[in-house]
Design a protein around this ligand. Structure first.
Ligand code: ZN
Length: 117
């Protein structure tokens, strides 16, 4: 991402541009936070914590949603455990936050949770 005012590369976690102080938050509202919970050898408690962190961060910064990459769950064991648990957990979160849970059209190993939809 680049600052919309001065064009320097900025990190989407910055609240303002470090060079020109343009507030960046509003420019990132339409972006989804992305969290990968499946490709670092996560066990389910770790994956769950990552999802919860992503949810609270997204709500704090006013993101419209988060994308959760849980893997396709094709291989037996680890990968399918993460997929199964995260799918259930995301359904619970969707009810809890009145959010909408959809499959990522571009990645069948990911789901998107839209807040305020
Ligand atoms: Zn700037």
């Amino acid at each position: 991402m680049n600052c919309p005012t001065c064009g320097i590369p900025v990190n989407s976690t910055n609240a303002t541009c470090p060079k020109c102080d343009t507030p960046l938050v509003n420019h990132f509202v339409d972006l989804l936070s992305v969290v990968d919970v499946a490709h670092n050898g996560e066990d389910w408690p770790t994956a769950k914590r990552k999802i919860l962190n992503a949810v609270s961060k997204a709500l704090e910064t006013g993101r419209k949603g988060i994308k959760i990459i849980h893997g396709r769950g094709e291989s037996r064991g680890h990968s399918s455990v993460i997929k199964k648990h995260s799918s259930q957990f995301l359904n619970t979160l969707a009810r809890q936050f009145d959010a909408k849970l959809v499959k990522d059209r571009n990645n069948d190993g990911a789901k998107i949770l839209y807040f305020n939809s």
